[in-house]
Design a binder for this molecule. Structure first.
Ligand code: ZN
Length: 448
């Protein structure tokens, strides 16, 4: 508050600041500043009546970055103090590990540890928490004062949980136990989940280890109920049997997963899909570059027997900078996966997410694009397999990038799938028009 000069020339304090606004009106005025951090900080210092609502907005979305577990423990200790003032404010929390590593395969080993006890202390002291990001953290590092302490049998419900956890040096048990902390989770994004696996371990043996870990008393994430799961993490495939043994089995509505690279992933996914209950309806399945010879075709997926699958989404990146043969090969792999669902009576929508990565060189005009698309797609094969779905309502062809080529995209598909157009089974859209369409985790997983 500014000081004024009195008649005598001596400075006098202005009267204490008072506001005649009711608390409700005051709160509404400050609510309007919810995106203006500097103003909120200033408001918080004006008067006690201004503090609570300012603080509510300032801490609604909070990010804690740490170099070591001690940094996160300081935050935990602050939350444990009864008069901390922010526990009720935080709805969206990011706990982010910082690391020194420059790169390489073991980059995640340099990220800080955050043991399950510290993590549980934090989440249990945030009554309004709805969104949690655990990024670049290793769920390990119990010390003497918590090592033997059992976790509290209280799970936290969330709208969204994003995980980028673990390293090649962390025990599997610590990873499994993170899942025990949570109950109802609307959206689980597993960007990366890693743990220690001895070199040359066979995939079947990793699956056995997970099963053994699941059989440990109290090791099961027994209260976990995930509704939508998206993951581009290769090791998540090994956790699918563990998820199928939780209530997630009866709550999961959609699964976005891939890329499929080895045969055991196909088998694990097939078994998982068959265990899911009647809520499950939507599958987004990405093919990857195969890294083992046992993934020669996708018939082992047997999608036709997934009991309640009704929407199947298949991304197809034809990468116009690669050879037409390579593009054709990509197309064949996706059609093989689709063919494993042939005859399904439950599938009603099949969505293709087309990406092209058009080369950034001169000379790419409409004609070049249309020709490149034509010779990379097996249009006859696509038409034939789409006709095997007796209850198909729509086959949607969505252009995920390069909207400048949409007219050519539309024209090429219409010309090649004329019969489906006649039957009113075809829909061709640029993605931005479809608000509800899946935004694949794979896009932003790369930038997270
Ligand atoms: Zn601990």
């Amino acid at each position: 508050m500014a000081h004024a000069k009195g008649d005598s020339g001596q400075p006098v304090s202005s009267p204490p600041f008072t506001s005649t606004l009711s608390q409700e009106l005051l709160d509404r005025v400050i609510d309007h500043l919810h995106t203006d951090k500097a103003s909120l900080q200033a408001c918080a210092l004006v008067a006690r009546r201004w503090l609570s609502v300012s603080r509510l907005h300032l801490f609604e979305k909070t990010s804690v970055k740490g170099w070591s577990q001690d940094d996160f423990k300081l935050f935990r200790d602050h939350l444990l103090a009864p008069d901390n003032g922010i526990s009720f404010c935080i709805r969206d929390l990011s706990l982010v590990g910082k690391g020194y590593a420059l790169g390489g395969p073991n980059v995640s080993s340099s990220f800080p540890r955050l043991c399950k006890h510290t993590l549980q202390d934090i989440v249990l002291h945030l009554p309004n928490l709805r969104t949690l990001h655990l990024l670049r953290l290793r769920p390990a590092g119990c010390v003497d004062d918590c090592q033997s302490r059992p976790l509290l049998p209280r799970s936290v419900n969330l709208d969204s949980l994003t995980l980028r956890i673990g390293s090649a040096e962390d025990p599997l048990q610590e990873i499994v136990e993170v899942f025990r902390l949570f109950g109802e989770v609307q959206n689980l994004h597993a960007l990366s989940v890693d743990w220690q696996v001895e070199p040359e371990t066979q995939p079947q043996s990793i699956l056995r280890d997970v099963t053994t870990q699941m059989a440990q008393p109290n090791a099961l994430p027994s209260q976990l109920r995930v509704h939508s799961l998206a993951s581009a993490a290769p090791k998540l495939f090994y956790l699918l049997p563990a998820l199928a043994s939780t209530e997630t089995r009866d709550s999961l509505t959609s699964l976005e997963i891939g890329p499929l690279r080895i045969g055991v992933q196909v088998e694990t996914l097939r078994d998982f899909l068959h265990k899911l209950g009647p809520t499950f309806s939507r599958l987004y399945l990405a093919m990857g570059e195969p890294i083992s010879i046992d993934l020669t075709d996708h018939s082992g997926l047997s999608l036709r027997t997934a009991p309640t699958l009704s929407i199947l989404v298949l991304p197809l990146n034809l990468r116009l900078w690669e050879s037409p043969e390579h593009g054709r090969w990509r197309c064949t792999r996706v059609l093989d996966a689709l063919a494993s669902a042939s005859g399904s009576t439950t599938i009603r929508y099949i969505n293709f997410h087309f990406k092209f990565d058009v080369p950034w060189v001169l000379g790419w005009d409409s004609a070049t694009f249309a020709e490149a698309l034509s010779c990379r797609m097996d249009w006859v094969g696509l038409k034939e397999v789409l006709q095997t779905f007796p209850n198909l309502v729509k086959a949607r062809m969505l252009l995920m990038d390069d909207p400048g080529f949409f007219n050519d995209f539309q024209a090429t598909i219409t010309a090649n799938l004329a019969r489906l157009v006649e039957l009113n089974l075809l829909e061709i859209q640029p993605l931005p028009l479809l608000k509800d369409e899946w935004r694949p985790v794979f896009w932003w997983a790369l930038n997270a």
